[in-house]
Design a protein around this ligand. Structure first.
Ligand code: HSE
Length: 442
C-alpha cells in the first residue's frame, strides 16, 4: 500500500509548479523519474510536483513520455507563467540557457540546472541574481552527475576546511585511458572504441581536450575554497597527445595515467595564500585509490582538515544518473518553496587570488632520447641541479645505437622552472628528443 502523508502531518501542501527546459536525454529522464514517483516525491517535499510545461526547440519532433499539451517552444513564456515556481534547465550550451536561467531567477523562480559550462562561466552572476530574488540555485548534476559532490561541499563539509580536491570527473577520457592501459591500444583506437560505444561524442573535443573537466574543476574549487574560480582560471591540458608508449612507461614505473582535475590551496614562502585549479594528464601511483577507477567511472578525492581523506565514486554521466541529481535538487527547491528557507548557496567570502600556474609546485615525468656518450647523464643532472630541481628517480635504457632512453622523475618544483628546464633540455645537442612530459601527483 502506498501511504501519502504530505507535509509531515500538516496536511497536503500546495502543488509546486515546475517548468522543464529541454527534453534531451537528461530532460526525458527527469520527466520519467517525476512521473514514476509522484507519491514518494510528494511525501519528501510536502506537496505534489506538477509539470506546467516542457520547452523544446523543435515541436515537430515526436516526444515520448510527455503529454503533448505540455510541450512549447516558448521557453521564456513558460518561465514567466504565474503557476511556475521552479525552473529546471537541462538544455546545455551557455548563452541561451544563461538568458533563460537569469530570466527565471529575476522572476523569483528557483532554478535547478545540470549545466556545468554555464555555472563554470557565470556562477557569480547567477548567484547574485538568486540572492537578489531570494530563491535557490541548485546544480548538483553539473559535476559528476549523481555523485553528490556539490551537496557534500555546500553542506556536509561546510564545517571543515577543504585542503585539496583531486578527481576523475570525465568519463569519456577515463574510458579512453583505461582502454589504453588495459589493452595497450593507441589513443586513436581507444577513442574510436569510445565513440562506437557512445561514450565519446561525434566531436569529442570538449572531453578529450579537458574542457568538460575544467568546468567541473572550476565549480569544485569555487565551492571548496569559497572563492570564485571560473572556467578561464583553470589550466587545461587534454589527453589527445598521450601515446601507448607513455602508458607503458607509466606502468613500468608503477603509475597509471589519469586525466585529473586538481584543486588546491597554496601558501608560498612569504605566507601568501592562493588557490589553483587545473586539469591535465597525471601519473597517479598505482596504490592511490584514483588509479583503480576504471572504465567510464568518475571519482572525487577530497582532503579536509578535520574529515581527513574522503572518496566519492560512481557514474559521472548518463541520462538517469544525471536526472537523479536533478530530481534531488528539485525536491530540495520544492521543499523550500513550501516550507520556506533557502538552500546553502555559493559563499565566495574567502576571495583568494588565483595562482599563476607557473608559480604552482608540480612534478614532472620526462621521457627523453639522448646520445649514449660519456658525460651526457652527468651534464643533464647538473643542469637540473643548477635550476634547483631535485631528481627523484632516473632510469636509463639502451634504445637505438648510440642512443639511450632516459626517464627522469623530478621532486616538486615550480611549474615555470620545470617548463624552462624542459625547454633547455629540448635545445641541447645531446638530447635528440623530449618524447613526453607528464605531471605526477601524490
Ligand atoms: N562528457 C562527460 C563525460 C559527461 O564524459 O564524463 C558530461 O559532463
Amino acid at each position: 500500500m502506498t501511504t501519502t502523508s504530505f507535509n509531515q502531518g500538516k496536511g497536503l501542501g500546495q502543488p509546486v509548479g515546475v517548468a522543464v527546459l529541454g527534453m534531451g536525454t537528461v530532460g526525458t529522464e527527469v520527466l520519467r523519474l517525476i512521473a514514476e514517483n509522484p507519491n514518494a516525491y510528494a511525501n519528501r517535499i510536502g506537496g505534489p510536483i506538477e509539470i506546467r510545461g516542457v520547452a523544446v526547440s523543435d515541436l515537430s519532433r515526436p516526444r515520448e513520455g510527455v503529454d503533448p499539451a505540455l510541450l512549447t517552444d516558448d521557453a521564456l513564456g513558460l518561465i514567466n507563467r504565474d503557476d511556475v515556481d521552479i525552473v529546471v534547465e537541462v538544455i546545455g550550451g551557455i548563452e541561451y540557457p544563461r538568458e533563460l536561467v537569469l530570466a527565471a531567477l529575476k522572476a523569483g523562480k528557483s532554478v535547478v540546472t545540470a549545466n556545468k559550462a554555464l555555472v563554470a562561466a557565470h556562477a557569480g552572476e547567477l548567484a547574485d541574481a538568486a540572492n537578489e530574488a531570494g530563491v535557490d540555485l541548485y546544480y548538483e548534476a553539473a559535476v559528476a552527475a549523481a555523485i553528490p559532490v556539490v551537496g557534500m561541499l555546500r553542506r556536509s563539509l561546510a564545517g571543515d576546511q577543504i585542503q585539496r580536491i583531486s578527481g576523475i570527473v570525465n568519463g569519456t577520457t577515463n574510458f579512453i585511458l583505461d582502454a589504453m592501459t588495459s589493452t595497450g591500444a593507441s589513443y586513436d583506437d581507444a577513442l574510436a572504441e569510445a565513440t562506437r560505444l557512445g561514450y565519446a561524442e561525434a566531436d569529442p573535443t570538449a572531453d578529450v581536450e579537458g574542457h568538460d573537466a575544467a568546468s567541473k574543476a572550476a565549480i569544485l574549487a569555487s565551492l571548496g575554497f569559497h572563492t570564485r574560480v571560473s572556467f578561464d582560471d583553470v589550466y587545461c591540458e587534454g589527453i589527445s597527445k598521450i601515446t601507448a608508449e607513455d602508458i607503458e612507461a607509466a606502468k613500468e614505473a608503477g603509475y597509471t595515467i589519469k586525466l585529473l582535475a586538481i584543486c588546491e590551496k597554496l601558501v608560498d614562502e612569504e605566507g601568501n595564500k592562493s588557490v589553483n585549479a587545473r586539469v591535465h594528464p597525471t601519473l597517479v601511483p598505482n596504490e592511490h585509490p584514483l588509479a583503480t577507477v576504471d572504465k567510464s567511472y568518475n571519482a572525487i578525492f577530497v582532503e579536509a582538515e578535520a574529515a581527513g581523506r574522503l572518496m566519492f565514486y560512481g557514474n559521472g554521466a548518463g541520462g538517469a544518473p544525471t536526472a537523479s541529481a536533478v530530481c534531488g535538487d528539485l525536491i530540495g527547491a520544492a521543499r523550500n518553496k513550501i516550507h520556506g528557507g533557502r538552500a546553502p548557496g555559493d559563499n565566495p567570502y574567502a576571495n583568494q587570488p588565483i595562482a599563476d600556474f607557473g608559480e604552482v609546485p608540480t612534478r614532472y615525468h620526462i621521457d627523453m632520447r639522448v646520445e649514449d656518450r660519456t658525460g651526457v647523464l652527468a651534464d643533464l643532472a647538473n643542469r637540473f641541479a643548477n635550476a634547483g630541481i631535485s631528481l627523484r628517480t632516473v632510469r636509463q635504457e639502451e634504445d637505438a645505437e648510440n642512443e639511450a632512453r632516459l626517464i627522469v622523475v623530478t621532486h616538486e618544483a615550480l611549474e615555470k622552472d620545470l617548463r624552462a628546464m624542459v625547454e633547455e633540455l629540448a635545445a641541447l645537442p645531446n638530447v635528440k628528443e623530449v618524447k613526453s612530459v607528464i605531471r605526477l601527483d601524490s
